[in-house]
Structure formats: structure tokens, C-alpha cells
Design a protein around this ligand. Structure first.
Ligand code: SF4
Length: 261
């Protein structure tokens, strides 16, 4: 089997300018389809230091400069106190690129490791704490929306995981009001593939903060689902695109939920 190209090789093969144009176009469509950004919005971009959030911030900033309506961006990064964490390259990048930003330090790492038995995965508690901190920060900073870097592949993997383990047909919405009504979360990259984002990030040379500092095992089933989708993609090349389309093309009368007939 031919080895898959590295993200940098992929970006060169597609052409960096074409890749950026494609991602910007997909993001623009997603924003328009779901009304993700409105005039006067102050959008908090949650920047983890991973490829997805850097890409989101860059593309939103480029869109903001061209947009006919005015909106603001503020990047917010949470330092969770993980061992070996070094936020300097991220802070330098934000400053050098002129982004309004805030770095919040909250030692959720200690809290999680104290409360979760060793060997168990920390992720659900860690993400819950992170979400709460980001929601509070958005209010404090006067932000009307919180933008997250989830992409197409995250959404369809979540769909499969929910079907496989939770008996639920649900994925990730492009726009969601939090349960308490305080915040609106948006995901402008939902139409874009992880491969394109990886290529774009490799080309841009973002200073990535590794995501394994916490020592928690990444969700192993998510990795497995990724591999399953890769396998299917060899036989059905557009399977991921088709699954994304399925999320928009819901025939609820042909499912088993209770509804009016
Ligand atoms: S991988 Fe680590 S930092 Fe990420 S959600 Fe899980 S525990 Fe938190």
C-alpha cells in the first residue's frame, strides 16, 4: 500500500493558496448556512494550541478583515497546569500576529488527577472543567459567541461513537446555545476535513502545543473509529463527505423516535 503523504507533502501537492481558499470557502458556507456570526458579535476563539484552533483563528481573522459586517475576535487560551506545559511560543505567536488575547491559568490538572483514579481516563472531567472556565471567561470578556475548532471528522467520529456506545443518533451542531442560556457555541470549521486542516497548519508552521501532556490516554475508540473510516474510505472514497451530508439530511420519520405521523 502507498504511504499517505505527510501533512506538509499534502499541502504542497494541493497548493497552499488553494488549500487556504478551500478552507475559507467552506468556513464561509458554514457561517452563512447556520448564521454563526452576526454584525456586532464579539467572538471568543478558544485556542488550545492545537492545529484546529490555530487554523480557526487565522481563517476567522482573514474573514473578519474582508467581511462586510463588523465583528471582533478575542483568542482565549487556558493553561491547565499540565506537566511540561510551555505556553511561551503560543503567547509569542498571538502577540506577534496582533491578536487580542487572554491567557487564563487554572490548575485543572491537579484537580483531575486528585479526583480520578490512576489508569482511568481524565478527559470527561477535564473537558467539563475547561468548558465551565471558558464559558465564564466569555461572559467576563463580553463575548457573544464562543468559537471552537471542531471539524467534519470530529463530527462524524462523534456520530459513530454515540451510535456505538450511547445508543444515540447525535453528533456536533454548528451552533448551540448552552443549557443555561448564557453562551452560544459555534463551530465554523464543521465543513472542513481534518486532512485539509493538518495540511494548512503544517504549511503555516503554527507553534503547536502537544496534546498529550496530561498523560491521559487519548480516547482509544475515537482512534479506532478514525481507522475504521480510513478503511472504508479506501473502498468508498467520499464516505466522510457523505456522512457529513447525512447529518444535514435527516429523515426523522424514518427513524424510531416518537413523533407525529
Ligand atoms: S487529553 Fe488530557 S487535556 Fe485533553 S481532555 Fe483529556 S485529560 Fe484533558
Amino acid at each position: 500500500m502507498v504511504a499517505a503523504p505527510t501533512p506538509a507533502e499534502y499541502a504542497t501537492r494541493v497548493g497552499p493558496a488553494i488549500l487556504e481558499k478551500k478552507l475559507a470557502h467552506e468556513m464561509g458556507r458554514c457561517i452563512a448556512d447556520y448564521g454563526l456570526i452576526e454584525p456586532g458579535d464579539r467572538v471568543m476563539v478558544a485556542i488550545s494550541g492545537g492545529k484546529d484552533s490555530y487554523t480557526l483563528l487565522e481563517l476567522l481573522e482573514r474573514a473578519r478583515r474582508r467581511a462586510p459586517v463588523s465583528f471582533e475576535l478575542v483568542a482565549v487560551h487556558l493553561d491547565q497546569g499540565q506537566p511540561g506545559y510551555d505556553g511561551v511560543p503560543l503567547r509569542t505567536w498571538l502577540r506577534d500576529n496582533g491578536y487580542e488575547h487572554q491567557i487564563i491559568r487554572e490548575d485543572t490538572y491537579q484537580l483531575v488527577t486528585e479526583r480520578i483514579p490512576e489508569g482511568s481516563t481524565y478527559c470527561s472531567m477535564c473537558s467539563r472543567l475547561r468548558r465551565g472556565i471558558l464559558y465564564n471567561a466569555a461572559e467576563r470578556l463580553g463575548c457573544t459567541k464562543i468559537a471552537l475548532g471542531h471539524h467534519r471528522d470530529d463530527a462524524i467520529e462523534t456520530l459513530m461513537l454515540n451510535m456505538m456506545f450511547n445508543g444515540a443518533l447525535s453528533a456536533m451542531p454548528a451552533k448551540l446555545r448552552s443549557d443555561d442560556g448564557r453562551n452560544t457555541v459555534i463551530r465554523p470549521l464543521l465543513y472542513s476535513s481534518e486532512r485539509d486542516i493538518k495540511g494548512y497548519a503544517a504549511e503555516a508552521g503554527f507553534p503547536i502545543i502537544p496534546c498529550n501532556l496530561c498523560g491521559s490516554q487519548e480516547n482509544l475508540w475515537r482512534q479506532e473509529v478514525k481507522r475504521m473510516l480510513d478503511d472504508i474510505e479506501h473502498r468508498v472514497p467520499k464516505v466522510r463527505q457523505s456522512m457529513l451530508a447525512a447529518l444535514k439530511n435527516v429523515h426523522s420519520t424514518h427513524l424510531l423516535g416518537t413523533h407525529e405521523r
